[in-house]
Ligand binder design. Sequence first.
Ligand code: NAP
Length: 248
Amino acid sequence: MLPLQGRVALVTGAGRGIGRAIALSLARHGADIAVNYASNDKAAEEVRDEIRAMGRRAEIFKCNIADDTAVHAMGETIKKVFPAIDILVNNAGITRDKTFMKMTHVEWDEVVGVNLKGPVQMTHLYLPQMVERGWGRVINITSVIGQMGNFGQANYAAAKGGLDAFTKSVAREVARKGVTVNCVAPGFIRTDMTAGVPEKALEHIKTITPMGRMGEAEEIAEVVSFLASPSASFVTGQEIGVNGGLYM
Ligand code: NAP
């Protein structure tokens, strides 16, 4: 029997990049998947079809996770298909890079809205039923930038650092209820998010990463699947770095 057989996972931002890899990995390990995304219907449909081809159930749910009203509406729609969510992966994230002194309130709010408020709203929606059922996994995708800080990413670093602190607090609150709450903090991973980074900057990142390369989305996904599995039953409140040694 596969380790996640009979479990249902909801992955935000699962149409592309790391979220896509996480959804596929969880499905390979036996879970049925609710695929959330923001706007790219085609990408989400492809993920859904790939999961169904593995013999698992999969449905797509379009929703901006920064919008509280939309999140609650999505929750109602999901409930009709998947009455309970066992594994919540808060993966969706965006960047709006600019040095802090030039950063606008809008750029700050957008990044904090998707990267911090979004996971908080999603967790608020699904944590009570996990506690009630006595089993659950919340896995938040943070970033090495939240651990180290970065030039031009004050909004993103603050949101990811905040998400880590949120994780640890909630992990303590539900530790005796059968629910674990953890983070996975990727280093620099090859996705659309990093595709726009200039070649020179990417070369620098490889130079300062002890393993001398960027990571692949699948290398994040496998750690998420481990945290979701029964093998990680005594792991909670952790931020696991998957960064090629960039931050130790
Ligand atoms: P990506 O390739 O840009 O994909 C982002 C995904 O999130 C897309 O599926 C997108 O939906 C979805 N999304 C964006 N805003 C959303 C919203 N408001 N509501 C719902 N879904 C939304 O990003 P990625 O590189 O895979 O990053 C995934 C996560 O890893 C993020 O939290 C990011 O901060 C974190 N991370 C990435 C790296 C890296 O090097 N790539 C490093 C550290 C941490 P659509 O497809 O519909 O647009």
